[in-house]
Design a binder for this molecule. Structure first.
Ligand SMILES: [Fe+2]
Length: 372
């Protein structure tokens, strides 16, 4: 077999072909798309009528037409799968090194993950940690439908998305007690130590292969509890310039503000006749609307939506804003923001009249309400 040889590309003095922040036209490469309630309902019916697949997974992916066929997703780094389970059906166990946000759009059921049963109802959200086997059960008399948001496309681009169907029972990632983050572990006599006054350190191999571990749990945000709390935000008057939402925060994601290490999921209430200020961010957004109706303006183009629609509502760095019509709107938003915070790539421009900032390493923005 011929040996693989790397190419050598001379780039001396070559112009950078990546667009500048102001010249980027993200919505041309990845325009918003709307998956209507009718399309979703038809797919649910079709999946429900199929003979049961061997692994129990009656599922479709909603894929953006601009997606790379090798790494299909609804946004470049986000895969959205819809799965249906008939009454009394269950899926076979699976595990993978991608992480997921799960969202029940119809019916109820249970997920068995990490030795724990999560009993979910319509509009509940829960996360799946990496490489822990799980299965879904429909223990109700009606069909249930779930959306799953996964970071699989990015792992596939990196050629390391590892999936195991029917993993051995009891297969678990071993979680050890977290050591002190700065402890000198293992056999290195020197530990981690500074080499200057600026903060540069040297770290030994023993710490490199045993970083401080944080337990990654499956957490559950029941809609009944979330709704009670976001409804209180509706009372903020029209003069409030922020967004009326709660992030379903998983504390293992630390300063990256995630529901998983890659994604956040937020629940928003939009009172009637609220029009957001135009803004943009490098993170991409997918919205699912489940009450009310309204419209979004993305890079100057208007898109109408109503309850039951799923939408790529903000391709990364596209200028956008959303507005509600004459009744309150509820929506779930999933963005790949935590990933960008950890990559130090999260350019965010909260007002088009002010400069952008890199959230997570420069000073962020404020609303006209005190932080709580
Ligand atoms: Fe946004």
């Amino acid at each position: 077999m011929a040996e693989t040889t790397a190419l050598v590309l001379d780039q001396s003095g070559s112009e950078n072909t990546a667009p500048s922040p102001d010249a980027a036209k993200p919505a041309q490469d990845w325009p918003p798309v709307l998956i209507t309630r009718e399309t979703i309902d038809l797919e649910i019916e079709r999946l429900a009528d199929l003979p049961r697949p061997a692994n129990g997974r009656r599922q479709v992916q909603f894929v953006h037409p601009s997606a790379n066929p090798d790494t299909p997703g609804l946004n470049p780094g986000v895969r959205l799968t819809m799965e249906v389970l008939l009454p009394r059906e269950e899926t076979t166990p699976i595990r993978h090194n991608s992480t997921q946000v799960n969202f029940c759009i119809r019916g109820r059921g249970a997920t068995i993950v990490s030795g724990k049963q999560i009993h979910f109802n319509q509009y509940d959200v829960w996360n799946h940690p990496s490489f822990i086997p799980y299965r879904h059960v429909n223990d109700s008399d009606d069909l249930h439908v779930r959306f799953t948001y996964s970071n699989a496309p990015l792992l596939e681009m990196l050629k390391v998305h590892l999936v195991e169907e029917n993993p051995p029972l009891g297969a678990e990632v071993t979680v050890v007690d977290a050591p002190e983050p700065t402890s000198n572990r293992g056999n290195s006599p020197y530990g981690t130590f500074p080499i200057d006054d600026d903060g540069a350190l040297l770290m030994p191999y023993e710490t490199l292969i045993s970083p401080p571990s944080v337990e990654s749990k499956a957490l559950h945000w029941p809609w009944a509890v979330v709704q009670e709390n976001i409804d209180k935000l509706a009372a903020l008057g029209k003069q409030y310039i922020g967004r009326r939402l709660y992030l379903m925060y998983n504390p293992m994601t630390g300063r990256s503000n995630g529901t998983t290490p890659s994604f956040f999921a937020t629940m928003t209430i939009r009172p009637p006749e609220i029009i957001d200020r135009p803004h943009r961010h490098v993170s991409s957004a997918i919205n699912y609307y489940f009450r009310g109706s309204g419209y979004s303006v993305v890079e100057g183009k208007r898109y109408e939506w109503r309850a039951g629609d799923l939408m790529v509502s903000a391709p990364g760095w596209a200028v956008h804003n959303h507005a509600s019509y004459d009744e309150p709107v509820y929506e779930l938003t999933v963005q790949d923001q935590p990933l960008h915070i950890m990559m130090e790539s999260l350019l965010w421009q909260e007002s088009m009249k002010a400069p952008a900032a890199i959230l997570g390493s420069s000073v962020g923005f404020a609303t006209n309400r005190q932080a709580g």
